[in-house]
Structure formats: structure tokens, C-alpha cells
Design a protein around this ligand. Structure first.
Ligand code: MEV
Length: 316
């Protein structure tokens, strides 16, 4: 932030995610098993004469002369502010994870921005404490309004995981529940392919579903069942079994047409290095794979990926 008319509020954070099982099927009501991370995005906000969002080097300002349809980021920002009933604010936001890679970057941004705006809206409000204290439901609603501009038919799994870290069980009807797993799994992530658009992938799957309702419905049912089994194993801390189910989930996603040769190859490399299981994470069409492994095997999986030319990301 360059002008200093208002004090800068402390930075607000939100985390990225990896989906262990259940993407795409979760859009149609099945459940997903997800790891919510701590790192993802940071945001700062201050009161200002007009609302502006600075994302990296790009500025998106809401002024009457600029139709919001010109920029999805601006439309998303406007939708988020509207849900929060926010005053005019300048927001600066930064991503700490790559976008378009299946790691929930857009949702992390939305939650961090919503949190920053809520802190800031307390200033000058008649009831500052009330204005500052948003319920998690309000933050979620604002972040989902943002996500729906970018993703059309978002299930809400990414925003739910951006809101809280840990091992989460999510479906559209009940939202997210944190699972009391005995210990967290050792998850490693590799960038396996170029970035892809969640909206495009979700729309592709929707088209497939219209064309082949029985086959696609059966794949969703299968993914849903794999996720249900994985939930039970995760509650016992049996990540080896969860890993095996993840690999099966990857095959179903491949049948759904959302994997790529590079994603498949990255899964094979992880399995060759002794991972319990590996799959794409997020919408697919590119992006990352996630593998679960015994902690002592982590360096071998990482080394195998690096040796094959993949960038490895720390999931935290
Ligand atoms: C994206 O991270 C997960 C998808 O299932 C879309 C969604 O649930 O909104 C592909």
C-alpha cells in the first residue's frame, strides 16, 4: 500500500488445499476428503474513497466509469464486498501458492480478502466490534460469492478448506467438518503440468454428464464411495489405505477425462518411489499431483520427482 491515509491493518491469511479424494463428484453432492493448509494467501485492507483491489502488480478499481464485466477479478471483488456490506476499501492481496494448479489459490485469496475487509470495516462503524466480528458463515458466503464469479458452479470445498486447516470432510449440504484423525498424513505435492482453468474443467465435466448421464453418474458414485472408505481409514490414521484409494480415485478422474499424460506420469513416478498413493488434485486438466507416503519415504518421492523434472511444493 502506498498512501497512508489510514493505518494498515494486520495482514489476514487463508490457506490452500489438496483434495485427497472426491473432486468433481463433490460438485454433484458427493463428499470429499481434503487437507486444508496454513499457507495460501495474505491480504491487507484499509478504508478508502473508492474500492480498489491490488493483486500483485494489477489494480482493479471499482469506479462508476468502469463496467465490472470487463474484469472477472473486479466482479468477484464487488460480489465479495456486497455480501460483507463493506464500506469503500483498498485491499492489497498476495498469493503464496501458484494459481490454476488445483491448490485452491483463488479460494485462499477470497477468504484472506474477506477477513481483511471485515477487520477494516470496524473502523468508523457505529458498532465497531460488531462490524469487525464476522461469523465464519459470513466470510464463507463472501468468499463463495467471489468463487462463483470465477468458477460458475463451485461446490464450496475450496473456500471451506481455506477457512480452516486440517483434515476435512466436506459436502455441499453439510459444509466442512474437521476430522479427528490420530495424526496428519505426510503429503507431498508436485507441479506436474501447466495451469488449467477450474471453470473450463467443471464445464467440461458438466457437458460429459449431459451426454453420458449413466457413465458419468457411475463414476461420481464410485468416487463418492472411495471417499467414504477413505474417511473411515483416515479416522484410524491408516494413510496407506487412504493412499491406495487415492490411486483408484485418480483412475476414475482419468475416465472422467480430467487427467493428462503429465499428471498420470507424475503419479507413476511417486508410486515408483514408494508412495502409498497419488492422484491429481483439484479440477485437473493440468496442475499438481498429491502423493501420500510414509514420512521417511518423503525425501525419496521428492527426489524422484525432481529427477524427472517436476517442481516440488511444500504443502503446509
Ligand atoms: C476444485 O478444487 C474442485 C472441483 O470439485 C470444483 C469444486 O468442487 O468447486 C473440481
Amino acid at each position: 500500500m502506498t498512501d497512508n491515509t489510514n493505518p494498515i491493518e494486520p495482514c489476514q491469511r487463508a490457506g490452500g488445499k489438496v483434495i485427497l479424494l472426491g473432486e468433481h463428484a463433490v460438485v454433484y453432492g458427493h463428499s470429499a476428503l481434503v487437507l486444508g493448509g496454513r499457507n495460501g494467501a495474505r491480504a491487507w485492507a484499509r478504508l478508502a474513497p473508492e474500492s480498489c483491489l491490488r493483486l500483485g502488480e494489477k489494480h482493479h478499481c471499482i469506479s462508476s466509469s468502469l463496467p465490472s464485466e470487463l474484469s472477472p477479478a473486479l466482479s468477484a471483488f464487488r460480489a465479495l464486498l456486497h455480501v460483507l456490506n463493506a464500506p469503500s476499501v483498498r485491499v492489497e492481496a498476495q498469493l503464496d501458492i501458484p494459481a490454476g494448479m488445483g491448490l485452491g489459490a483463488s479460494a485462499a485469496l477470497a477468504v484472506a480478502i474477506a477477513r481483511a475487509v471485515v477487520v477494516c470495516r470496524g473502523e468508523g462503524a457505529k458498532e465497531p466490534e460488531r462490524a469487525k466480528n464476522a461469523s465464519s458463515g459470513e466470510i464463507l458466503a463472501a468468499a463463495n460469492a467471489w468463487e462463483n464469479v470465477f468458477h460458475g458452479n463451485a461446490s464450496g470445498v475450496d473456500t471451506a478448506a481455506a477457512l480452516q486447516a486440517g483434515c476435512l470432510w466436506f459436502n455441499r449440504e453439510e459444509g466442512a467438518t474437521r476430522l479427528a484423525v490420530p495424526q496428519m498424513p505426510h503429503a507431498v505435492v508436485a507441479v506436474a503440468d501447466r495451469a488449467a482453468s477450474t471453470r473450463v474443467m467443471v464445464e467440461n465435466v458438466a457437458r460429459q454428464r449431459t451426454r453420458h448421464p449413466l457413465q458419468v453418474g457411475a463414476l461420481f458414485d464410485r468416487i463418492g464411495q472411495l471417499a467414504q472408505s477413505a474417511k473411515l481409514w483416515s479416522l484410524q490414521g491408516n494413510w496407506q489405505q487412504v493412499g491406495a484409494l487415492m490411486s483408484q480415485n485418480h483412475l476414475s478422474l482419468k475416465s472422467l477425462g480430467v487427467s493428462t499424460d503429465k499428471l498420470d506420469a507424475a503419479c507413476r513416478v511417486a508410486m515408483g518411489a514408494g508412495a502409498y498413493g497419488a492422484k491429481l488434485t483439484g479440477a485437473g486438466g493440468g496442475g499438481c499431483v498429491v502423493a501420500l507416503c510414509e514420512a521417511s519415504r518423503g525425501p525419496e518421492v521428492v527426489e524422484a520427482w525432481r529427477h524427472s523434472g517436476y517442481q516440488v511444493l511444500q504443502f503446509a
